[in-house]
Each structure stands twice: as C-alpha cells, then as structure tokens.
Design a protein around this ligand. Structure first.
Ligand code: FES
Length: 138
C-alpha cells in the first residue's frame, strides 16, 4: 500500500470511529431514510434550515465503514451550505464516484475515490448523499 492510499484509509477509519454529527434531530426540516438494497444497511439523514442555509445536519443508521465515514464527511461538507450549494456538493461527490470529477488530494472526500475500484461498494459511499438529495427534492 503506498503512502497516499494508507493516508486515505486513515481518513476513512477516523470518520468511521469518530463519526461527526452522528445522531438524530427530532422534527427536522429534512428527514430522509434510505436502504441499501445490496446489503440491507440503512441511513437516515436529518437537517434543519435557517432560511435557505443548512444550520444543522446529522445522520443515523448502520452500515459498513465506507458508508458511515462517507455520511460523517457529508455532514461536515453540507453544514452552512445553501440548498443550491448543497445540491452542487452532492452532485460533485456523486460525479467523483462515477469517475467524472475529482476533489483536491488534500480534501477528505478524495479519500473515498478509491472506492470506485470496487463497484459493489459505490452505493455504500453514496447512500447518505443520495438520501440528502432526495430529502432536498421532497
Ligand atoms: Fe452495507 Fe456498505 S456494505 S452500506
């Protein structure tokens, strides 16, 4: 394993073991539950808005290290964003997961790019992002 891949693995494990913004928001403005049909794991994302701005975001559920780390990273990324910015961030991330866009190497989200080598795990990485996207659409 080269140094970069090792570092990326550490970022994923750090978010998995110390998830940011894990929990529930009762009566949230946005609440969306999504099941990964491939494995039965599930995630629920919650957000509150202050006007157009994401003022609080959390996630709950269970799943593999990739899904949990990705959800943790997503909460950090979307906090403070407008709806439009959040939609753009989600699309950017999903584009990376189909090999069409990148994040800079120093960006935590770039750590998940390696997942695209394992097509069956891509859904793990995108689960919470898709849930948030669906929540925004509702
Ligand atoms: Fe279930 Fe990754 S194996 S979300």
């Amino acid at each position: 394993m080269n140094m970069l891949r090792e570092l990326y693995g550490q970022i994923i494990m750090d978010h998995y073991h110390r998830p940011r913004n894990r929990g529930e928001i009762p009566d949230a403005d946005l609440e969306e539950h999504l099941l990964n049909p491939l494995c039965g794991d599930e995630v629920t994302v919650y957000a509150n808005f202050d006007g157009d701005t994401v003022s609080e975001v959390k996630f709950s559920g269970r799943g593999c290290s990739i899904s949990q780390a990705s959800a943790s990273m997503m909460t950090e990324r979307l906090m403070g964003k407008s709806r439009e910015e959040a939609e753009a961030e989600i699309q950017h991330f999903k584009n990376m997961m189909v090999g069409e866009e990148d994040f800079p190497e120093h960006d935590d989200l770039a750590a998940l790019k390696g997942v695209i080598q394992y097509p069956s795990r891509i859904k793990c990485a995108t689960l919470s992002w898709t849930a948030f996207q669906q929540g925004l659409e509702d």
